[in-house]
Design a protein around this ligand. Structure first.
Ligand code: SF4
Length: 720
């Protein structure tokens, strides 16, 4: 049933932009089409930049994730939907997060935003709350936007084909794409948003996920079941580039690099990101047992090769949007579920991505069926596979260390490599069943406090002391659970996670391979410089509406001849061609980095306004820097002894492992603090992580409101 509807005049795309925002308030059911000001476009470009600006403008320091005024923003970028170039289906969802209490965003691919842009919008914002679940329906064919009663299901994936059939009318199934969030998003803080589109080659719907930060939780809290778009993508120059011929040439150049390099390197087109499982295990980076260990002999049972040869259907070329020949979006057509409400049913599974598979190895499980089961159920429930797995891993370790008992868990024993218990907990968490599962669904930051409170009450112990112990291995920072890389041996990636403005997610800074595997930034100064350059360039992909993988995971053969191969500058040239031939500009790499830095700074300002964003919030748990326990140290004893000999003044002279471990931990903590100072200086921040006034001015943040937020944060930190 239609609850409200408007007609609209579709804005044409011109040089990558429609310059239109669709603003929807679910409380009063108003829908307004607005022009996006030129200044917003100049300063914040699109994608993540637009989400940041819209969330900043529409919220205050008092806004929480479930405040009615909280904004759930969706935005693509000027290259979103450009089918002549690889990686252009991406868009960003941003909001004030239930996990972090400040701005968080998540990027995802698929046909949703290319269709939204084709229907006339560069961004959508949703505020307010609806009493009953609704969908927003953008119908480009009719020129209408409506609010309608939501489908009578909390399933995210199972009804997808039926819904496409119902919504498409006379159009092809591929004219429909939608975003939604399932029941897990209603009952946890780490609900994800599924981006669902019809894949004609496989004859079924596919789903990609905006996993991080609880975007699905906010969606369902607003009473928004989903957003549906119906439009027809034209081929040719639908993005209305200034010079389509040059765009095509740039796309062809990038595709040639992908074709020549990927089959002999990561094999993303055959293995998807599961190829990283082998690489990470070989370098002690694969999380095992809550990031305690980085390698396990059982990894051979979940290798990229097995996924390529035995799991993934290789009959169809994949890719989350037209034009991406890197095609990492793999999937299998038949997995028979063995647990939960749909046990016995055979389903297709999209992915799994490396992160999803590593979330399972981090629970001590090395079995492909368990990985597929976990991937499907998390997608169906709309749960972030990373946060879900990491909070369970933390609780298993807390249990094993004696901080939790069966009294706390509702009678269950938590242990490694225990599929039955883990899946039971997953299903309960998603359904909101049982008090323990309900607590778990609020994430590690909440669970550290909950566990320490319970343990202190039970034993009469000091709650603060228990909390300090839990903080050693509770793998969150800023409230967000760590993504799936062990950082103990990569100082650069420690900073990559610790300084990431949204929390420890690798999309802002993924230096682990460049630092630890390829050793391309051996000196301290190189690491500090990389922690400025790489987050800025990676952020640029998110504001442009582009996938990073064709740049970061496919090294151009000519990059080796450049001074800094890690930056892959010959491929960056392809991106510069895309930019300038689409927009009709003559931008340089420095221009792109400046655009990115402005968005980065706005994120920092929002963090400060919400009461975060200073040095304290950039700290990471000890386990992200060093072994926490002696068995962890002993598992790589020789390696750590060498590290101590080479990098500290200590003389190895009969000390026991506990003494050596303490020395190592202190050394690593110091290194992190020194790195923090160096990176803040690179970024134009003071020693407390607060931007200097000249940094604000350099990037055009001259309005008094920005200075006021920063000055207040500085005064507060000086008083502490
Ligand atoms: S590389 Fe993978 S995630 Fe990126 S656009 Fe291509 S298919 Fe999508």
């Amino acid at each position: 049933m239609t609850l409200a509807s408007i007609s609209y005049q579709k804005a044409k795309i011109n040089r990558g932009y429609t310059d239109r925002l669709l603003e929807i308030n679910l409380s009063d059911r108003t829908m307004v089409v607005k022009e996006i000001p030129q200044k917003t476009r100049e300063m914040f470009v699109g994608g993540r930049g637009y989400c940041l600006k819209m969330v900043y403008d529409g919220t205050t320091a008092a806004t929480r994730y479930d405040s009615s005024e909280n904004i759930l923003a969706f935005a693509g970028g000027p290259f979103c939907g450009e089918s002549s170039f690889a990686g252009t289906g991406k868009f960003i969802i941003g909001s004030i997060s239930p996990l972090t209490g400040t701005f968080c965003d998540s990027n995802v691919g698929g046909y949703f935003f290319p269709l939204v842009k084709n229907a006339g919008f560069d961004a959508i914002t949703v505020t307010g709350k609806s009493d009953s679940d609704v969908i927003i329906f953008i119908d480009d064919n009719k020129g209408t936007i409506s609010l309608q009663e939501a489908p009578k299901t909390d399933s995210s994936l199972l009804e997808a084909e039926n819904l496409v059939e119902e919504w498409r009318g006379e159009s092809k199934p591929s004219s429909i794409a939608f975003v939604n969030a399932g029941i897990g998003s209603k009952n946890t803080f780490f609900g994800c948003v599924n981006s669902i589109y019809y894949d004609s080659r496989r004859g079924r719907c596919r789903a990609k996920q905006a996993g991080r930060g609880g975007m699905g939780t906010i969606m369902r809290d607003k009473g928004l079941w989903g957003i549906v778009v119906k439009s027809t993508l034209g081929g040719g120059n639908s993005n209305q580039a200034a010079d389509k011929k040059r765009v095509r040439t740039a796309g062809t150049d990038l595709r040639k690099v992908i074709r020549d390099v990927d089959p002999n390197e990561l094999r993303l087109a055959q293995q998807g990101t599961t190829s990283l499982l082998d690489m990470m295990n070989n370098h002690d980076i694969l999380p095992v047992n809550n990031y305690k260990f980085g390698r396990d002999d059982r990894q051979v049972m979940v290798s990229g090769k097995i996924f390529e040869e035995k799991v993934f259907d290789q009959k169809h070329p994949d890719g989350c949007f037209a034009g991406c020949t890197l095609s990492c979006t793999k999937g299998c057509e038949t997995h028979t579920l063995t647990t939960g409400p749909y046990a016995g049913r055979t389903v297709p599974v999209d992915g799994p991505e490396y992160e999803t598979a590593a979330a399972i190895t981090n629970l001590g499980i090395f079995e492909i069926p368990a990985i597929m089961e976990y991937a499907w159920y998390c997608d169906e429930y709309a749960l972030d596979t990373i946060s879900t797995g990491v909070v369970i891993a933390f609780l298993i370790e807390a249990y094993q260390e004696g901080h939790l008992t069966k009294d706390d868990t509702g009678g269950i024993e938590l242990k490694w490599d225990d599929k039955e218990t883990i899946f039971a907990l997953l299903h309960n968490m998603a359904a909101g069943q049982g008090s323990f599962a309900g607590e778990v669904g609020r994430g590690i930051r909440h669970m550290k406090s909950w566990v320490s409170e319970r343990a202190a009450t039970r034993n009469g112990n000091d709650k603060e002391k228990i909390m300090r112990e839990l903080e050693l291995f509770g793998m969150e920072s800023k409230g967000l659970e760590f993504s799936m890389y062990i950082t103990k041996e990569s100082l650069a990636q420690q900073g990559g996670y610790g300084f990431a403005l949204k929390g420890p997610q690798h999309d802002e800074s993924w230096l682990i391979a460049l630092d630890q595997i390829k050793n391309e930034m051996p000196t301290f100064a190189q690491k500090a410089a990389a922690l400025r350059w790489f987050p800025l360039f990676r952020t640029w992909f998110n504001i442009a509406g582009l996938c990073k993988l064709p740049w970061i995971d496919v090294r151009h053969p000519d990059a080796a001849k450049t001074a800094d191969p890690a930056k892959n500058l010959p491929t960056v040239d392809c991106y510069l061609e895309l930019v300038n031939s689409t927009l009709g500009t003559e931008k340089t790499l420095d221009d792109l980095l400046s655009e990115s830095e402005r968005c980065y700074l706005l994120h920092k300002i929002i963090n400060l306004r919400q009461g975060f964003g200073t040095r304290t919030h950039d700290r990471i748990p000890l386990r992200a820097m060093a072994p926490v326990f002696t068995d962890e140290f002993s598992s790589r004893r020789e390696y750590y002894i060498n590290d101590l000999k080479e990098n500290t003044d200590i003389k190895i002279n009969g000390q026991d492992d506990a003494e050596l471990l303490e020395t190592l931990q202190n050394h690593r903590r110091q290194q992190y603090e020194i790195l923090t100072d160096a990176v803040y200086a690179e970024k134009g921040f003071d020693t407390n992580g607060i931007p200097l006034n000249e940094t604000l001015q350099r990037l055009g943040f001259n309005e008094p409101e920005y200075l006021e937020i920063v000055n207040q944060a500085r005064q507060k930190s000086n008083q502490e």
